[in-house]
Design a protein around this ligand. Sequence first.
Ligand code: NAD
Length: 315
Amino acid sequence: MSTCVVTGGAGFLGSHLCDRLLAEGHRVICIDNLDTGSLQNIEHVGDPEFLFLNQDLTEPLFLEEDVDLVYHLASPASPIDYARLPLHTLKVGSYGTHHMLGLAKEKRARFLLASTSEVYGDPQVHPQPEDYWGHVNPIGPRGVYDEAKRYAEALTMAYHRQQGVNTCIARIFNTFGARMRPHDGRAIPTFLRQALQDKPVTVFGDGSQTRSFCYVDDLIRGLKLLAESEVHLPVNVGNPKEMTLLELAEAVIEATESRAEIVFEALPVDDPQVRQPDITRAKQLLNWEPQVDLAEGLRRTIDQAGVERLVGASD
Ligand code: NAD
């Protein structure tokens, strides 16, 4: 049995990762300050090998336990959250990542950084391979998140090269599933919340911008394979099936059997026009690719979360 630290473990992805690690017989130390996560995401866990620590990672952390793996997922992750918490987003990407890399160094643990496709910014290369350096506006409203993650990647490589820490970097593309917050502003939870109430589904711009959506179980499988590999280079983890936001809205309306109509709203500043992972590296090095398509993922999300949780508090 190995001991895994999961930062951000009370969040959407982190809580699914905790479930998966516990199911495979690992001990899990979940660290979260509940900024954007919730105890509701982990309240079902009755495993004695699960420990929850309510701790802000921007403060130093001391752990007595031996640790084999650190999954560092803590960070505000949706545009609404990092617009509300800009300085905190920069601090968790910098101080928080320093503290967790320090922990991995002290414990001689493998370290996985949950990075993001946002390091590519509004990409000028399509699809995006890992050796594309990106096109990021550092001073725009999304800069606090994009640059925090780019800094965290630089820090991770510095700890690896200079301090010999055994690190890896997952560049996560848009992922969806149960436990996304209905009001976190991301496309799938927003569309599901609206469609399930037969309210207008709000598409930004003309809906021609593209995204690629990965179902959470596929993503977690990819993260684990990367963490358990000997790879140090960044690896894209996401679903390469690309679609327009308008197509996504139509798919959500179909999956929910909704009578909602689609309406168009102003495009947010610096909203990327395209987003599609090149997953050649993940296929070659990890033998990983997604297995669940959008329609099946939406079905599972609705079944697992239930309508009440997807709709949340009324608008
Ligand atoms: P989330 O907001 O649900 O989870 C993030 C968690 O981190 C929350 O539980 C939050 O309370 C916690 N946290 C934030 N600041 C903290 C701090 N200072 N100390 C301790 N805990 C803190 O978001 P998510 O979608 O689960 O994202 C998890 C990670 O994956 C993030 O690093 C995000 O950047 C990355 N990611 C997610 C996606 C996606 O589509 N969900 C895409 C790309 C990257």
